[in-house]
Structures are given as C-alpha cells and as structure tokens.
Design a binder for this molecule. Structure first.
Ligand code: PEP
Length: 254
C-alpha cells in the first residue's frame, strides 16, 4: 500500500520559540497514535532543522528541508548541502517549489541537479511541479507538467525513493484550491508518466501529493481521489489545530 504523506512546508515562518512550541505540541499529539500508512513530515526553515531532527528522533514525525544546494561543498556562501542534511538525519527535501522557481530562478535543470544529489545522499526529494494560471487558461497545463517532469528527471533512475507534488501555482497561498477533479486529472497524468518512463511498480510506489490551499475543509475530498496520496501544505501547516485535524482526517481515510 502506498504511503500517505502529510507534509507541512513552513516557508519563512516561525521564530525559535514558536517552532519549539509547535514541535512539542505535534509530537505530544502524535504520541502513541497509530498513524497506519500516514507519514507526517515537517519542513521548517534551515535554522530549526537541528531542533526538528531532535524531536524526530524521539517521535514519529519526519523532518524535511525546504531547499538544498546543487553542489556538494565549497565556496557557495549561504547554501546548505545534501551531505549536511544527511549528517542531520534529514529524511526529505522539497525541490522545485514554485516560490523558488519564481524568486530564485530555480530552473528544471537546477531541479534535476538537486534531485541527483539528494538521491546520492539518500534524502527523499519532494519534487514540485505545476502550472501558472496563465498556462492553465491557455490550456497547456498537461504540456507544462510533463515538460517539468521530463527535465527534472532527465537521466535519473528512481525506485521508491521519490515523492512528487502537484502544486498548481494559482492555488498556492491564494485560498483557491483546485477541485478534486482538476487535481486528480493531473495527478493521474503524473502517475501515467511514471509508468511510461519508469515502471508500473515505481508508479504504484511513488506518493503523488497535492499542494495548493489544502486545509481541513477540503482535504477529505482531495484524498478520496485515487491518485492523491497526501498533501504538501503551506499556510494550514503553521496552525497546530488545522494541521493535526488534517492528519486526523488522513489517518481516518488511511
Ligand atoms: C506550498 O507552499 O507548497 C503550499 C501548497 O502552500 P499553501 O498550502 O499555503 O497554498
């Protein structure tokens, strides 16, 4: 059975003490809970990775980074490398997020390099793809997503070590969610792309998350779709009540 992943992308939010409080509350909430096939991942800012890793060691949460350098080490001021993340026992790392594509010129080629280096260090990449509103309105959503996948995964062998997140850019942080049908249509396309480019086995094992204004009010309908295996959650993951509610719903649907 495929994993269901509820991953919180905190972006550039929370202070040290807010992070400590949140991690305390979530690990407390999850203590002794049977999550079945649901995995809870928190992606805090880099500064709190060590704290997150300490909490993860004592609980059933996983920690992810929000970015990684495409280089292994060296004179790259301000960057954080995959070997560094591995040395902190970090399990996941988001790459290709639309905010990094938009504000930091993260191209598909760069995503491809980051994907390679993460796999080399046994960190599970959460590879984000998705179209802008303009692209959707032009009717080229499928083409955009397939191109992003082709370029990001160029010359990369995968098995069960990758997560893909479909995040329509127009739904991120806007309060506008894709309908379950809109999301399912593209997530099914991604699953078919995995079958075509890898194998049925890889496609069956790869969690494909939906991201874009996911919240307690809409998570159930989204997760009921056959190709939605969890969520990459921004805004709602900052609020302990909302995030734990989403975990609860995901666990009930299992
Ligand atoms: C995200 O940052 O990946 C995201 C989906 O944000 P939000 O849930 O706030 O739309």
């Amino acid at each position: 059975m495929r994993k269901i992943i509820i991953a919180g992308n905190w972006k550039m939010n929370k202070t040290f003490s807010e992070t400590d409080d949140f991690l305390f509350e979530i690990t407390d909430y999850l203590r002794g809970k049977d999550l079945g096939n649901v995995e809870v991942v928190i992606c805090p800012p880099f500064l709190y990775i060590e704290m997150g890793s300490d909490f993860a060691n004592e609980s059933n949460i996983y920690i992810g980074a929000q970015n990684v350098s495409n280089h292994e080490s060296g004179a790259f001021t301000g960057e954080v490398s995959a070997p560094m993340l591995r040395s902190m026992d970090i399990d996941y790392c988001i790459i290709g997020h639309s905010e990094r594509r938009k504000y930091y010129q993260e191209s598909d080629e760069l995503v491809n390099q980051k994907l390679k280096i993460l796999l080399d260090y046994d960190i599970i990449p959460i590879v984000c793809v998705g179209e802008t509103l303009e692209q959707r309105e032009k009717g080229i959503t499928e083409e955009i997503v397939i191109n992003q996948l082709n370029r990001a995964f160029k010359d990369i062998e995968i098995n069960d070590n990758v997560v893909i997140a479909y995040e329509p850019v127009w739904a991120i942080g806007t309060g506008k969610t894709a309908t379950p049908q809109q999301a399912q249509e593209i997530q099914c396309l991604i699953r078919d792309w995995l079958i075509e480019n890898y194998s049925k086995e890889v496609a069956d094992q790869t969690p494909i998350l939906y991201g874009g204004s996911m919240k307690p009010e809409n998570i159930k309908e989204l997760l009921l779709q056959p190709d939605i295996d969890g969520g990459l959650v921004g805004g709602a993951s900052l609020d302990i009540e909302k995030f734990t509610k989403m975990i609860e719903i995901a666990t009930e649907l299992g």
